[in-house]
Design a protein around this ligand. Structure first.
Ligand code: URA
Length: 271
């Protein structure tokens, strides 16, 4: 009996491992890194039953030189991405599966993982670029100066509360010196954002700023041209607009963000 149970669980582990390695191979990985687990790109999965209206976000995969490829044990958290994400149905389970993430190099400098906050059934989801200094310390998105402005937009402009919206970022750990997240970091974190969207099922996503909009939509078009019109992200209506940090430096453009937010409110039947 006990021998059968052990054989079954060994078989399950072998199956998961095989499936994980096949997924890596499909995404172009030619070897596993020696020390920096971070460089293993995680597969980007489309949301189920939603034909992407734009090409799915698959940033260029880092190609590892043969001599750098040294076998390392598969990390338990990578097994989670490869084989178990499909079975995750709650934000709590997703957060638990992310664990004390070491999948990419951003983990080296972060204080807290900034998973996301808000209504798990939100009609509208905000996506920013990545945590800054204040967010890293608090473990919550948009709590610094830009976050204060975002709160004003939510409460004064939208006449809603922060708790009614779900707020997350493209990457969940603070990039050093607030630099833009790099392609391998985005690729590693993206399955988690996609899963959050899949669980929350927002009707509308607002992408705040150049980086979030260009990354989600996989385009290089300037935010000034992306904003103000509806796009589609895995079948979800997406409105790009200027980042609140940009608005702090360019307050004259607040009127354009207000136009974008009005479009969102109209779509929600709130205007
Ligand atoms: N800027 C972002 O894009 N996200 C945050 O969480 C904070 C600042």
């Amino acid at each position: 009996m006990a021998v059968d149970a052990t054989r079954d669980s060994l078989q399950q582990i072998t199956d998961s491992l095989r499936s994980y390695l096949e997924t890596l191979k499909e995404s172009g990985v030619t070897g596993l890194p020696g020390r920096v687990v971070a460089e293993i790109p995680a597969p980007v999965r489309a949301l189920p039953e939603q034909a992407p209206a734009v090409a799915p976000a698959v940033p260029p995969q880092p190609v590892m030189k043969k001599e750098e490829a040294v076998a390392v044990p598969i990390q338990p958290q990578d097994m989670f991405v490869a084989s178990q994400l499909e079975n995750v149905t709650t934000l709590e389970a997703l957060r638990a599966g992310i664990g004390d993430c070491r999948r990419c190099k951003l983990s080296q400098g972060r204080t807290n993982i900034v998973f996301g906050v808000g209504n798990p059934q939100a009609e509208v989801m905000f996506v920013g670029e990545g945590p800054g200094h204040d967010e890293d310390l608090k473990g919550e998105p948009f709590v610094g100066r830009a976050g204060q402005l975002l709160n004003d937009i939510i409460t004064k402009g939208m006449k809603m509360t922060r708790e009614e919206i779900y707020i997350a970022n493209v990457v969940k750990c603070r990039p050093p010196e607030n630099r833009n997240p790099e392609p391998d970091e985005v690729a590693t974190c993206q399955p988690f954002l996609l899963k959050q969207i899949d669980i929350i099922k927002p009707r509308i996503i607002v992408a705040w700023g150049t980086f979030a909009a260009q990354t989600l939509l996989q385009v290089k078009t300037p935010i000034s041209r992306l904003r103000g019109v509806w796009h589609s992200y895995h079948g979800v209506k997406l409105m790009p607009t200027f980042h609140p940090a940009y608005l702090l430096r360019n307050p004259n453009d607040k009127r354009l963000v207000w136009l974008d937010i009005q479009a969102v409110l109209r779509e929600m039947g709130r205007l």
